[in-house]
Design a protein. Structure first.
Length: 265
């Protein structure tokens, strides 16, 4: 049943994401074509005021589209969860013969995949405009020398950062779920309740971060002078531990609120 949930979730969300991605692809191709025309024709075309206006407008549209894809991805993910689980659609969702955990897993899995795809498309769009349609070749030319350096000196740090990014994306998805799951208990002010919950979580994170920085300031000065790499490892491991704990806590709280404290009134 989980597979069917994920399949239906993809179908429902693709209606919003695919047109958004199509716009990004079209705008990217148009920008690249205009840049290639300028490169091939030289000053004859580039000095034209009409051409300058068109390329300027296309480039502005390109950056606005990149921004829109990033922002709308987050908004669509949150809106889908809120509408499908906590509003009128929730009555239908929770009458299906599936568990709360399966609902939550399907939402997180599909949202995570769309989030990652949006990031990859944004990166690909930038590489396409800057480096031509040989995106992979341009990517490898930049990454290969960096990867050689990472393998030689910074493999541990790279792994920590990669895991941090993975959990960071996960927490970026599940934390709004937690906020709205708690906020739905504010019967007449659900969105306000979600916002206040977000502020509370943000403040808790800031307090924990300040405590950690204070401890590091008092105990880590000598360590940093002796071994900066060891100091960096401490910071990375702390950040990773915080991300893991936050992700687990948000997932457990969201599950509990949906399973035991759901209020669809």
């Amino acid at each position: 049943m989980l597979g069917k949930l994920i399949k239906n979730e993809y179908k429902a969300t693709a209606r919003a994401f695919l047109p958004l991605y199509l716009v990004l692809i079209v705008v990217t191709i148009l920008n690249k074509i205009m840049l290639e025309v300028e490169t091939g024709a030289g000053e004859t075309v580039s000095s034209s005021s009409v051409y300058t206006i068109i390329t300027t407008l296309l480039m502005i549209t390109f950056f606005l589209t990149l921004f829109a894809v990033g922002v709308l991805t987050v908004i669509l993910i949150i809106k889908r969860f809120y509408d499908n689980m906590l509003k009128d659609e929730g009555y239908l969702s929770f009458t299906l013969p599936v568990t709360t955990g399966q609902h939550l897993i399907s939402k997180i899995f599909v949202s995570y995949s769309w989030f990652v795809l949006s990031i990859l498309l944004i990166i690909a769009a930038v590489f396409t405009v800057e480096s031509g349609f040989g995106v992979w070749q341009a990517f490898t030319e930049i990454i290969q020398p960096l990867w050689e350096v990472v393998q030689d000196k910074y493999l541990t740090e790279f792994i920590c950062v990669a895991v941090l990014v993975i959990f960071g994306i996960y927490n970026g998805i599940v934390m709004p779920y937690t906020c709205f799951s708690i906020g739905q208990r504010f019967t007449n002010h659900k969105v306000m309740g979600a916002f206040l919950t977000y502020l509370a979580i943000y403040m808790i994170n800031q307090v924990i971060g300040m405590i950690f920085l204070s401890v590091m300031a008092f105990t880590g000065t000598d360590m940093m002078l002796v071994d900066e790499t060891k100091m960096l490892h401490h910071v990375l491991f702390y950040s990773l531990g915080l991300q893991v704990v936050e992700g687990i806590a948000c997932t457990v709280i969201t599950y509990f609120m949906l399973d035991r404290k759901l209020n669809l009134e």
